[in-house]
Design a protein around this ligand. Structure first.
Ligand code: NAD
Length: 269
């Protein structure tokens, strides 16, 4: 199972919960050295997660950084590479809608177009676009060095969204557009950095059972589930292996600029 991920240095942003945490566990099982990130400080719960990751077979450390600030993005990469001595795989997973806004001040996570103001615009774009761009920017020299040292490829994988393809629900248009921006800017990075043997791919989830959907009623969730061909939300464990596939040079060394949809048949691009 992805044998070549053993010992790889993998930074996963927004990985204290949901898909990021499930992915961290998957990489730990593969023997990788995993950097966990969240915006809040280290807690006993995070210590317990780190112990669990080590017990699974990986190395693990936590790096606090608020990625809505470019300085947080820069510090995160510096702290990770100081600790692990380099970076082989970057996973830009931090993002969201309801969770972000609620954590940031309880303003609610969705706004119709006529209610969007500058503060809302900045929050959604800072978390879903600025964070991925800035972390990637500061990671590039390390990813370039990794590819040079290994003679293989290094890579960036970002968590996109089905919303990027279909526009998002009412009130989530800006979030959907920020994910579409992410899908698109990966294509640009392919053009700029393939010469450095850095690959860029997107894992694009459909509707996955995480805190992202906490604000929805059971009735709304049930309606969404019945609209999905597989009849249910996806599970975080069903998304994590896609990140591992793209990270493995043996499996995906000739794959770049692609979007892998993990959505139970919800949309066929
Ligand atoms: P989640 O809320 O469990 O994960 C979001 C993560 O981002 C958390 O770990 C959170 O701590 C982190 N985060 C939030 N603000 C941050 C900040 N300022 N700095 C650093 N980290 C921050 O929910 P999830 O569903 O696992 O979301 C993970 C990713 O998947 C997000 O990018 C989300 O947009 C995307 N996504 C989710 C779904 C879904 O249905 N759950 C569908 C498509 C895409």
């Amino acid at each position: 199972m992805f044998d070549d991920l053993k010992g790889k240095r993998v930074l996963i942003t927004g990985s204290t919960s949901g898909m990021g945490l499930a992915t961290a566990k998957y990489f730990a099982q593969c023997g990788a050295s995993v950097g966990l990130n969240g915006r809040s400080s280290r807690t006993p719960e995070i210590e317990a997660i780190l112990n669990e990751l080590k017990a699974l077979g990986g190395e693990a450390e936590f790096f606090q950084a608020d990625l809505m600030q470019s300085s947080g993005c820069e510090n995160l990469v510096a702290d990770f590479t100081d600790h692990f001595g380099g970076l082989d795989v970057l996973i830009n997973n931090a993002g969201g809608l309801d969770v972000l806004i609620n954590n940031a001040g309880g303003l609610g996570g969705r706004e119709n177009l006529e209610d969007i103001d500058d503060a809302f615009f900045d929050r959604v774009i800072d978390l879903n676009a600025r964070s991925a761009l800035m972390v990637t920017k500061f990671a590039i020299p390390h990813l370039r060095a990794s590819a040079l040292e290994s003679g293989e490829t290094s890579c960036v994988i970002s968590t996109g969204s089905i919303a990027a393809r279909e526009g998002g629900g009412v009130g989530a248009g800006l979030y959907a557009a920020s994910k579409a921006w992410l899908h698109d800017i990966h294509r640009n990075w392919v053009k700029e950095f393939t010469k450095d043997r850095i690959r860029f791919n997107i894992v694009s989830p459909g509707t996955i059972d995480t805190a992202f959907h906490d604000a929805k009623s059971d009735e709304v969730k049930s309606n969404i589930a019945s609209s999905i061909p597989m009849g249910r939300f996806g599970r975080v464990k069903e998304v994590a292996p896609s990140f591992a596939f793209f990270s493995s040079h043996a499996c995906a060394g000739y794959i770049t600029g692609q979007i892998l949809d993990v959505n139970g048949g919800q949309i066929a691009p």
